[in-house]
Design a binder for this molecule. Structure first.
Ligand SMILES: [Zn+2]
Length: 322
């Protein structure tokens, strides 16, 4: 199979798995990366095909002028016309003996009268360009599929009215954690001056508005309105909402904020429809993962005091944590 075909099949497979496969792929590999790589390879194939496209080969044999000058005699000196049984056959002749000449005549006679040279069948476009266009069409088609699936399954697929209801609900929950009325928004926030920016949310420390990414809002919506849980993603969305709420409450330190958030996340999860057990389990899982993977990013890494009975334990009388 041609490398370009393999690449296109690979990209199709990746996008399908990315869309419908395990969440872990979606949350670790940005899909545009696959498109960027595919586009780069398509261009490389195109340039490669342009370079290797057939062009007239230089004749490396001695040219007529050279032969004349240096007296080479290997080239057929003349064509020899043989007439036999009404046939006319031209035989290249350069001083062969009679027997050799007979063989040459026989060979010429066996050739069909008219033998078209094999010509590469080409469409209206050169093959290199055709390949590039096919590649671009595959990439464009997949981008369209992504856009379609995304707009029919994500936050944007919900009606504006329901979205407003959902954000009101999130705002109520956030206000309980923040201890004051605050507003949660689910749009792309852009740059909010002085705000703490995270991958999943933005909040002004001590402020009254926080932004969550549409993905997180959608996971919260599915939990609160449809009772749908997607393991890790639901837990993360709860933690993010709680996290931004704690920033609104006035907490600036990221490690402290995340530690409080994972504890508040239990009540938050219950309030949005989880059982107490599930909510607790989810937040514990988040805490464990935080300890395992958090080292790379300072964003949500909890501090060492984040344990039962530790300085950051919000409820020291309880032996459960979070
Ligand atoms: Zn934060």
């Amino acid at each position: 199979m041609a490398p370009s075909t393999l690449l296109r099949l690979g990209l199709i497979g990746f996008v399908v798995v990315w869309l419908f496969g395990p969440d872990v792929l979606r949350s670790t590999v940005p899909v545009w990366l696959a498109f960027a790589v595919a586009l780069g390879l398509e261009l490389q194939f195109f340039v490669g095909a342009l370079r290797s496209s057939p062009r007239p080969r230089p004749d490396r044999r001695p040219q007529a002028a050279d032969r004349a000058r240096f007296g080479y005699a290997e080239e057929p000196a003349e064509l020899f016309l043989v007439r036999e049984q009404g046939e006319e056959i031209w035989v290249p002749y350069s001083g062969e003996s009679d027997e050799e000449l007979d063989e040459l005549i026989a060979a010429e006679r066996e050739r069909p009268d008219w033998e078209p040279a094999p010509v590469e069948t080409e469409g209206p476009l050169p093959p290199a360009l055709r390949g590039l266009l096919v590649g671009l069409a595959v990439i464009g088609g997949l981008a369209l599929l992504l856009w379609y699936v995304d707009s029919h399954t994500g936050w944007d697929s919900i009606s504006a009215e329901t979205r407003a209801k959902a954000t009101q609900r999130f705002s109520r929950e956030a206000s309980r954690i923040a201890g004051k009325p605050v507003t949660i928004r689910c749009d792309e926030a852009g740059n909010v001056v002085g705000a703490v920016q995270h991958a999943d949310g933005v909040a002004l420390v001590g402020g009254d508005v926080a932004y969550l990414t549409p993905e997180r809002c959608f996971d919260l919506y599915r939990l609160a309105f449809d009772g749908e849980i997607t393991s890790n993603r639901t837990a993360r969305a709860l933690a993010v909402l709680a996290h931004e709420s704690w920033h609104l409450r006035g907490e600036r330190d990221e490690g402290t904020t995340e530690c409080y958030a994972l504890q508040s996340g239990v009540d938050l999860g219950r309030s949005l429809g989880l059982s107490a057990n599930t909510a607790r389990q989810m937040m514990r899982q988040q805490l464990t993962e935080n300890a395992l993977h958090g080292r790379g990013s300072a964003d949500y890494l909890v501090s060492p005091e984040c344990h039962d009975g530790g300085e950051l334990d919000l409820n020291r009388r309880s032996s459960r944590f979070p």
